[in-house]
Design a binder for this molecule. Structure first.
Ligand code: 77L
Ligand code: MG
Length: 214
C-alpha cells in the first residue's frame, strides 16, 4: 500500500535521527531528501540563510506559514531564545500530523505551537488566541499565491510592528511575483534578496528578507 512522502520522511527520522536532537533530525531529512527523494523542505542551503536571520533577530514571537513536515520549525526552534515561541500554521492535515511527530521527535515541542487550518481564517484570530501584540519575525513558506494576501492581512490585523521582519522562501522557484513586487515597491518595506538554490537542486531560488517600516 502506498505511503505518502511525509510518512516516509517521518519513518526515516525515527530510524536515523537521535530522539531529542534537533540537528540530527534536520540533517537526517536533508540527507534523505538529497539522496533518496526530493521534498519541499527549505533545505540546508536556504536553511543556513534562515538560521542567520533567526540568530540576528532573536525573535520572542515568531510565525511560520507552511509547516509541511516540520523541518524548518525544528531548525528554527533549535535557535530560539528561552521563553520564545514559534507558531507554525499548516493547512494540510496530513502534513500537520507528520510535522507534530517530527517536532516531538526533535524534542522542541515546548517551543513550537502547530495550528491547523487556512491562514486567512487564523491570522485575524491570532492576537486574541495567543495574547500577542505583534510578530518579530515571520517565515512565509506556504502557498506562493497566499504570500501577498496574507502579508496584507497581517498588516491590517496589526500583527506587524515597526521593525518586524518577513522572510519569504521560494521567491524565484516556484516564485511569488506579486509578493516580490509589493515588498520591493512599497515605501513601507526595506527588502533584500538572498540568492540561493531550490532545495537539494542547482535550480536558482532565493529568500527575500523584508523589514516592515510601519
Ligand atoms: O508549495 C510549496 N510550499 C507550500 C506547500 O504547502 C513549495 C513548493 C516547492 C516546489 C515544488 C515543485 C517544484 F518543481 C519546485 C518547487 C518548493 C518549496 O520550497 C515550497 O515551499
Ligand atoms: Mg519552500
Amino acid at each position: 500500500y502506498g505511503s505518502t512522502r511525509p510518512e516516509r520522511i517521518l519513518a526515516e527520522v525515527k530510524r536515523k535521527a537521535t530522539r531529542g536532537d534537533a540537528r540530527s533530525v534536520v540533517d537526517t531529512i536533508d540527507q534523505y531528501c538529497r539522496h533518496q527523494e526530493w521534498a519541499m523542505n527549505v533545505g540546508d542551503e536556504k536553511g543556513t540563510i534562515l538560521d542567520s536571520i533567526v540568530c540576528e533577530v532573536k525573535p520572542m514571537a515568531m510565525l511560520e506559514l507552511g509547516t509541511y513536515c516540520g523541518y524548518s520549525a525544528v531548525r528554527i526552534a533549535s535557535l530560539l531564545p528561552p521563553n520564545s515561541r514559534l507558531i507554525t500554521m499548516e493547512f494540510n492535515p496530513v502534513f500537520a500530523a507528520i510535522a507534530r511527530q517530527v517536532i516531538a521527535w526533535a524534542g522542541v515541542e515546548d517551543k513550537v505551537v502547530l495550528i491547523e487550518g487556512p491562514s486567512g481564517d487564523w491570522i485575524p484570530k491570532m492576537k486574541k488566541e495567543f495574547g500577542l501584540t505583534s510578530f518579530d519575525l515571520v517565515f512565509l513558506d506556504h502557498w506562493k499565491d497566499c504570500y501577498l494576501p496574507d502579508t496584507k492581512l497581517m498588516e491590517e490585523c496589526g500583527l506587524l510592528r515597526t521593525g518586524s521582519i518577513l522572510v519569504a522562501d521560494n521567491v524565484i522557484c516556484p516564485g511569488a511575483p506579486d509578493y516580490l513586487e509589493y515588498v520591493r515597491g512599497s515605501p513601507r518595506y526595506e527588502s533584500k534578496y538572498f540568492r540561493s538554490h531550490l532545495e537539494y537542486t542547482r535550480v536558482e531560488d532565493g529568500i527575500e528578507k523584508s523589514v516592515f517600516l510601519g
